[in-house]
Design a protein. Structure first.
Length: 87
């Protein structure tokens, strides 16, 4: 499942945190162009990447999703993302 990100929300949270795209990319372990594509919604993104962005921005994952899934689905996706990140 590839959730649809809310690029404007990600950009707003990044700006409120006082981060530049490069800062967010570095802290989330992704590239600057990837952050730009996410914020401009040029590409869909994996839940793992959205989870990492939300973690860096210290916001609830649901706040960076368009039409967020139910809490149970988010918990399952979060477990999967954490396992993928650990490997």
């Amino acid at each position: 499942m590839r959730p649809k990100q809310n690029g404007a929300a990600i950009r707003d949270f990044r700006r409120k945190a006082g981060l530049k795209r490069r800062d967010l990319a570095e802290r989330a372990g992704i590239t600057y162009p990837h952050v730009a594509n996410i914020e401009n919604e040029h590409k869909d993104v994996s839940f793992e990447v959205l989870y990492r962005l939300a973690t860096v921005l210290t916001v609830d994952i649901r706040s960076v999703l368009r039409n967020p899934p139910a809490l149970g689905e988010i918990a399952a996706l979060a477990c999967t993302a954490e396992r993928e990140q650990a490997s």
